[in-house]
Design a protein around this ligand. Structure first.
Ligand SMILES: *[C@@H]1O[C@H](CO)[C@@H](O)[C@H](O)[C@H]1NC(C)=O
Ligand SMILES: *[C@@H]1O[C@H](CO)[C@@H](O)[C@H](O)[C@H]1NC(C)=O
Ligand SMILES: *[C@@H]1O[C@H](CO)[C@@H](O)[C@H](O)[C@H]1NC(C)=O
Ligand SMILES: *[C@@H]1O[C@H](CO)[C@@H](O)[C@H](O)[C@H]1NC(C)=O
Ligand SMILES: *[C@@H]1O[C@H](CO)[C@@H](O)[C@H](O)[C@H]1NC(C)=O
Length: 648
């Protein structure tokens, strides 16, 4: 009885301005404990207008896995027979019953039907509401949350309620409990060594020093391909994503002049600018990430072209106190069906996290959110991300479903696996970037843990060795004493179980190379018995590529760069090349490639040395077979090409 009284008192306090939550309502989402990096500030004034979005439960998502395997498993008779965008919308849109139930709830509450809009993809219901209305509808209270280091502010609540009979129809509601900021993976480090004289360009000279500087000649040798001489195909541009980081043409030209004289001065990516983004910038402001990505990819794919998906206007993309990139504006632009609105004059898809257009700041983008304006390229390379713990599982699963849909349509999405090993970035969740009361639990990365993307970890050439000898994961505790620049991201998801395509590989890892750490099984037993990783979660990365001591030009100077930011465009470029040759023979692009990789690991160079430290441990170990440090290994272009050309 006592317990009941206390609970009742708390409920009254939480809805002090209104009535207690009626029996007909239940909690839909609730924050368990405040994320350490966000500070709850003042209550939002009752007249402030919030753009409310209700994500509706879609149909057939449980069948997404088998649909995707049907078009991407090499043994399937339907291999590479990808779906059209219309087929995807039709298969997954919510039932009419769901749409009607949610609309009826809103109208009964007093939100007139002319205030309610339903998105093109059928997935969202949207309306503007005063904070007071939203609070009464959801039996909650909205506060300002402020990010303690970046100053981002965002409206959010600690929990909210919906009628019992509505719960099954709703994925999640925004503004709601979510708080999020995404960060770049890597980028340029200060030069650690000066470049020996490579002028003019000489393949032999470079190959002798790949342990000190990875130049294009080193990349050709590592992946066993010659520089490409194909014919550009308009249907095979390589997609590269950037946010808040901009290339400078002068840097690309310096790079071409010094390393790849066969790439003409002035070669640059085709713009696919989203929501007011612009590029390039001037040399003094050139970003390490963008320069690195283009300088790595061009030598591997030229004369194929690159498409630059630069997202969000300068204010949103670079002002740290507004919400920043979470891939939704990219996905909106690539797939109109993902967008909340285009035809109804509504703006953004998530006002908590994503930019809201038109941007009122001087010089901000004055147009509307751009939906479905670009046909996605066959391959997209993304060297940005965050941690699973940054945001609710609902949000991530919804975005993950979109990656599944892009896979069904034949697109390969590559994500950098992160540069903090088994941890998150320091300061994210805790000072060491780890989870749990004592900051000992490994922190899986987002959106990497989504089973429908391909994650790329990073390797290095051993000091004193050549590109013709096996590489190591970037951190090699037994190797020579040199600085640990970064630790290749890897581990096991707390959200997604192991997909079938990797089950045998992960089981073999545990059986033959059991890590010396306690574990838990399923996030419902998070941290139980001192466990520090989820033994049954989706393992990542899937593959790896070189990512250390990368020769770049940035801000007019030679510098050494690295990270999984570097390995990802390398792997993506290799796949882009294979697609080119498949297209040349009348075949479709590869699309989602994990099932083919896991069932044919022989086409990758297995990496068996090195670790990915974090959370006060040495992390996991690279071992023969798949491992959560370097995945299945690095690309061997001739073997991969031969295999994918045998597939239909
Ligand atoms: C961001 O910070 C700047 C400088 O502190 C301030 O002028 C601006 O109003 C802030 N923007 C928002 C949206 O809070
Ligand atoms: C945290 O450390 C303390 C002291 O060593 C220990 O008693 C406690 O059980 C630990 N908590 C967790 C969740 O591991
Ligand atoms: C792995 O590391 C050990 C210790 O540093 C070294 O002796 C060995 O040669 C390495 N193996 C490979 C395949 O590079
Ligand atoms: C996993 O469990 C922990 C502890 O209960 C919780 O903080 C976290 O939000 C959960 N993560 C997911 C993805 O459910
Ligand atoms: C680039 O090099 C010039 C000349 O050595 C130097 O003055 C400048 O500070 C360097 N710029 C950066 C960004 O390191």
């Amino acid at each position: 009885m006592r317990i009941t009284c206390i609970a009742f008192a708390l409920v009254l306090a939480a809805t002090a301005q209104g009535a207690a939550v009626p029996n007909s309502h239940v909690v839909h989402e609730k924050r368990e404990s405040p994320p350490s990096k966000w500070v709850k500030r003042e209550k939002i004034s009752s007249s402030y207008v919030l753009p409310m979005r209700i994500g509706l439960k879609q149909r057939n998502l449980d069948r997404g896995h088998s649909f995707l395997m049907d078009v991407s498993h090499p043994d399937s008779p339907n291999y590479a027979k990808h779906w059209t965008p219309e087929e995807v919308i039709e298969m997954f849109s919510p039932t009419e019953k769901t749409v009607d139930a949610v609309k009826e709830w809103l109208i009964d509450f007093g939100i007139n039907s002319d205030r309610i809009t339903h998105s093109d993809n059928q997935g969202w219901i949207a309306f503007d509401a005063t904070t007071e209305e939203a609070e009464n509808l959801l039996h909650t209270e909205y506060h300002i949350y402020e990010h303690s280091s970046t100053g981002h502010v965002t409206p959010a609540c600690d929990s909210y309620h919906v009628p019992k009979h509505i719960r099954e129809h709703v994925d999640y509601i925004t503004p709601g409990i979510r708080l999020l900021s995404a960060t770049k993976r890597g980028g340029t480090r200060p030069p650690t060594k000066t470049l020996p004289g490579y002028f003019p360009w000489s393949e032999e000279g470079e190959l002798a020093t790949c342990d000190k500087a990875i130049t294009p000649a080193c990349k050709y040798a590592l992946t066993k391909q010659k520089y490409p001489f194909g014919k550009p195909r308009s249907d095979n541009s390589l997609g590269i994503y950037e946010e808040g980081d901009y290339y400078a043409q002068e840097d690309l030209d310096l790079f071409f002049a010094n390393f790849t004289p066969y790439i003409p001065h002035g070669t640059h990516p085709s713009p696919a600018f989203i929501d007011g983004a612009e590029a390039p910038t001037d040399t003094a402001n050139a970003g390490g990430e963008s320069d690195l990505d283009f300088e790595l990819a061009y030598p591997l794919i030229y004369p194929q072209t690159i498409t630059l998906y630069q997202t969000d206007d300068l204010y949103y993309a670079t002002n740290l106190n507004v919400t920043s990139g979470s891939f939704n504006t990219l996905l909106d632009a690539l797939d109109g069906s993902y967008c909340t609105y285009s035809a109804y004059g509504e703006t953004g898809d998530d006002p908590n996290l994503d930019p809201v257009y038109p941007d009122p700041t001087p010089g901000g983008y004055k147009g509307k959110l751009q939906c479905g304006i670009y046909k996605p390229t066959n391959v997209i390379s993304i060297s940005y991300g965050g941690q699973e713990s940054d945001l609710p599982a609902y949000y991530q699963q919804r975005q993950c479903n979109e990656f599944m849909k892009l896979g069904l349509q034949g697109h390969s999405i590559f994500f950098a696996s992160g540069d903090d090993g088994v941890a998150g970035p320091p300061g994210d969740d805790s000072s060491n970037g780890c989870l749990g009361d004592n900051s000992t639990i490994f922190s899986p990365a987002w959106p990497n843990s989504c089973p429908w993307v391909t994650n790329v970890g990073a390797t290095k050439v051993y000091p004193g060795r050549t590109v013709f000898e096996p590489e190591s994961a970037v951190v090699d505790p037994e190797g020579q004493p040199y600085s640990i620049a970064f630790s290749s991201g890897g581990g096991f998801s707390n959200i997604y179980p192991q997909p079938d395509y990797q089950k045998a590989a992960v089981a073999a890892f545990f059986e033959k190379h059991n890590p010396p750490y306690p574990y838990y099984e399923g996030n419902s037993s998070f941290g139980a018995n001192g466990g520090i990783y989820n033994r049954i979660g989706r393992g990542y990365p899937d593959v790896a590529a070189n990512g250390d001591n990368i020769a770049t030009y940035n801000q007019g100077n030679y510098s050494s760069s690295g990270g999984t930011s570097a390995s990802t465009p390398i792997f993506a470029s290799i796949v882009n090349r294979i697609n080119e040759l498949r297209l040349n023979t009348g075949k479709n692009p590869i699309g989602f490639m994990n099932p083919a990789l896991y069932s044919n690991p022989w086409m990758l160079n297995d990496i068996t040395n090195g670790t990915n430290p974090g959370c006060g441990t040495v992390g996991f170990s690279a071992v023969p077979g798949w491992d959560p440090v370097t995945g299945l290994g690095t690309p061997n272009y001739p073997k991969m090409l031969a295999f994918f050309l045998t597939l239909p």
